[in-house]
Design a protein around this ligand. Structure first.
Ligand code: PAF
Length: 321
């Protein structure tokens, strides 16, 4: 129903004098001031400017249009226009993308961004395009860290028995089972209440998300495990995109690039300032994590991808300098 109503709004083409205006709704899971919000607004502003006001836009933030999986489905059926989403649920639609979700694969932000901005990123955007979605540009969520309400996590033994919310992503779930936690997949809009009510003990997300969601209200400990890089992507509905002229498609691509650049800049800023904010708000931040034992236990999750596609893509990603 939500999708239907939004689709109607999105599809509304308002005749203003001689010029038709179309409003694009940009859905995402976080607040309007988060790194996704900043990126969504950059998309809207750039598109409005490039199109001379033919296209305008507005954000539908904070999971108003559903969880990320729901929003991707909405794009496929054409009830949503545009979404900024993590790759969390995307592998369920485009399994090749699971390659990007493998734990301890990317060395640092530079490695991840170079991979996504290069040949590999383009290939994966093309794969997205074969699955009834339009991948406009790779954006960013950030390196993910574990938070929980029970105890400081320093070693995999500390994860034992922790009910940890994961994204609906079988690579991540297998990795956390391997590391000893009890993974509980859940859509993000349900997470805060689940943490508050003790349905789950913890969750994992980048500093960007932990701060934007004020998880300090429901979580005591954060361990900077950086166990996986979480890419985001600007996706459009093929129902919308295929109906555009080539010039209009160019504007959308440019706007998506501007969105990704703005989001990455905000990730950079929050990576610097965010940890202090977590401490100021009473979280215990564990920084001295030896990642090697976590990585060894998470290794079993690679087969989720490599059993189907082999190791070539993993090797290519590792080789990006
Ligand atoms: O944990 C998730 O589901 C994602 O990281 C989030 C917060 C929705 C951002 O893409």
């Amino acid at each position: 129903m939500k999708h239907f109503v939004t689709g109607l709004i999105a599809a509304a083409v308002l005749a203003t004098g001689a010029q038709a205006q179309q409003k694009i709704v940009v859905g995402h899971a976080l607040s309007p001031t988060s790194h996704y919000g900043v990126g969504a607004q950059a998309f809207i502003d750039t598109l409005t400017e490039l199109s001379g006001g033919t296209f305008t836009g507005e954000q539908a933030p904070a999971g108003q249009l559903g969880g990320e999986r729901d929003m991707i489905e909405g794009l496929q059926i054409g009830s949503l226009d545009l979404v900024v989403t993590s790759t969390g649920p995307l592998g369920n639609f485009v399994p090749e993308v699971f390659a990007l979700d493998l734990p301890f694969l990317f060395r640092d932000y530079d490695h991840a961004r170079k991979t996504l901005d290069g040949e590999i990123g383009q290939e994966l955007l093309a794969k997205i395009g074969e699955n009834n979605l339009v991948g406009l540009a790779w954006s960013e969520n950030g390196f993910r860290h574990v938070t929980n309400s029970q105890r400081p996590v320093r070693t995999p033994a500390d994860l034992a028995g922790l009910k940890l919310r994961t994204m609906e992503n079988k690579v991540h779930m297998t990795a956390f089972s391997g590391m000893g936690a009890s993974p509980t997949p859940m859509a993000f809009p349900e997470l805060f209440t689940a943490l508050q009510q003790g349905v789950v003990d913890g969750q994992e997300n980048p500093v960007t998300v932990i701060t934007a969601s004020k998880f300090w209200e429901v979580q005591k400990h954060v361990s900077l495990t950086g166990h996986v890089y979480s890419p985001a992507v600007v996706l459009a509905s093929p129902v919308l995109f295929d109906g555009l002229t080539d010039e209009q498609k160019g504007w959308f691509m440019e706007a998506a690039k501007a969105s990704a650049a703005a989001t990455r800049a905000e990730v950079n800023r929050l990576e610097e300032a965010g940890v202090a904010l977590l401490r100021e708000n009473g979280m215990e931040v564990i920084t001295d994590i030896d990642k090697a034992p976590f990585a060894a236990l998470a290794e079993s999750s690679y087969s989720v991808y490599t059993d189907q596609y082999g190791t070539e893509m993993v090797d290519r990603i590792k080789a990006v300098e």
